[in-house]
Design a binder for this molecule. Structure first.
Ligand code: 2M8
Length: 426
């Protein structure tokens, strides 16, 4: 894309969203991910909001078609069949009207809703108030689910019960906890991903055995949140998830000024306070980062990954923390062509091409830059954004990038990379 003009590249990004449209929702990329994914769609909606607020609403509305009666918004909605992905709906065995997976993903939804609403109002879109109001209620129900189902002990931190929920599937952050999960499965594993993408860039077979062991375990619990909580062999109070939920809650509080009742406004600010307090307790000054908590061993998750900086999207750091975090992020940048890696190159777990163990993801950089800016680190935020935009311009709209070479990896013509490009290059 190096020889394209800015206008051409913008057109190319829009063309990817059009190509991945399956009728009001966008697949992450053809074949490798042939369904609607939760946080992918939220990022894509923010991209659409830049030029088509109606389509941006549709993306969120179609995701909400998969929302469960208890409020959970699943990580995959299987609107139409496809045999190019494993595990499909028959493995999940959930009983929703439209087939869905049984786990969730980071709730970027609330963040997206605020941006879509603001874009729709600016564009004078008819029905904007009604559409936002309905989606606001869906988001509120999902936030209630998060607190009820995933923070039953009121730690102010929400837990993931499966690495797929984090969105950072094979992150080194899960290595210790995942090693305790058996590799036995009752489901036969028929991986499709390694038929689309080089196996060296994907999670290992052993990871998949453990991922599917967890699916088998929770399916045997009838997808009941309380039974799952009791049976879970993997349970991590995740600072990335909590930070995104806290930030999305702040965005809902903003929308609640127009769309919420007095009780809902109080409820949201209580949730917000609880999450901010929980996150603040996860700061480790000796590491210059935040750490997740393994709820089974009671130990800190001290592997360095991008998740350790995600609290910036929600928290206001004090001066000492801000200096420490920016210095640490600068250190992670050093010697790399594209920052911010999902695992720093000085970590023994660093693998520059293997999925969430090192590569750069445009949407991660988008969130981190946003958090840095909120915390007054404008210059570093800008550099991360420009580095990401530059990587996309050189390598294309790839799923992720090797931070040491800038090479584009994984699936191509990727929806959230196209959305990130449009948002970050402004
Ligand atoms: C990846 O995860 C899916 C499972 O959800 C997979 O590998 O099969 C992750 O990168 C996740 O964050 C992302 O939402 C999904 C679709 O892009 O792919």
């Amino acid at each position: 894309m190096n020889d394209m003009t800015r206008f051409d590249r913008d057109e190319a990004a829009r063309a990817i969203l059009a190509r991945n449209d399956r009728g009001g929702y966008t697949v992450p990329t053809d074949r490798l991910y042939p369904f609607q994914w939760n946080w992918d769609s939220a990022f894509v909606a923010i991209g659409f909001a830049l030029f088509d607020a109606d389509r941006a609403y549709r993306e969120l509305e179609r995701l909400v078609e998969g929302q469960w009666d208890d409020g959970m918004i699943p990580h995959i909605v299987f609107h139409a069949p496809s045999d190019t992905y494993f595990p499909g709906p028959e493995v999940w065995g959930t009983r929703h009207r439209i087939p869905t997976s049984g786990i969730t993903q980071p709730p970027v939804f609330g963040m997206a809703l605020r941006q879509v609403h603001e874009a729709a109002v600016k564009a004078g879109l008819p029905q904007a108030q009604e559409r936002t109001s309905a989606l606001f209620q869906a988001a509120l129900r999902s936030h209630r689910w998060w607190l009820r189902a995933r923070d039953p002990d009121s730690l102010g931190l929400v837990a993931i019960l499966h690495p797929w929920e984090s969105g950072s599937d094979n992150s080194p952050a899960w290595d210790v906890a995942l090693a305790r999960v058996p590799t036995t499965t009752t489901t036969t594993i028929r991986r499709k991903d390694t038929g689309h993408v080089d196996a060296a860039m994907r999670p290992r077979d052993e990871d998949y055995q453990r991922f599917i062991h967890l699916v088998d375990t929770y399916r045997d619990c009838g997808w009941d949140p309380q039974r799952q909580w009791a049976a879970a062999p993997f349970k991590i109070a995740d600072v990335q998830m909590t930070a995104i939920l806290a930030r999305a809650t702040a965005d809902l509080m903003h929308l609640a000024e127009t769309f919420g009742s007095a009780e809902e406004r109080t409820e949201l600010s209580d949730i917000h306070r609880r999450l901010l307090d929980g996150l603040a307790r996860r700061w480790r000054p000796e590491l210059s980062r935040f750490v997740s908590l393994d709820l089974i061993s009671g130990e800190d998750v001290d592997a360095p990954t991008q998740a350790c900086f995600m609290p910036l999207v929600a928290l206001r750091l004090d001066d000492v923390q801000r200096k420490a975090v920016t210095a640490e992020i600068e250190r992670w940048h050093q010697g790399l062509i594209v920052g911010l890696p999902t695992t720093p190159s000085f970590s023994p777990a660093f693998e520059p091409k293997r999925y969430w163990r090192g590569p750069v993801w445009a949407v991660v950089n988008w969130l981190i830059a946003d958090g840095l800016r909120l915390n007054g680190a404008e210059d570093l935020a800008r550099r991360i954004e420009q580095g990401t935009v530059g990587a996309i311009e050189r390598a294309g709209f790839c799923e992720y990038f090797d931070p040491t070479t800038g090479e584009g990896l994984g699936g191509d013509a990727f929806s959230w990379t196209a959305a990130a490009y449009m948002v970050l290059r402004r």
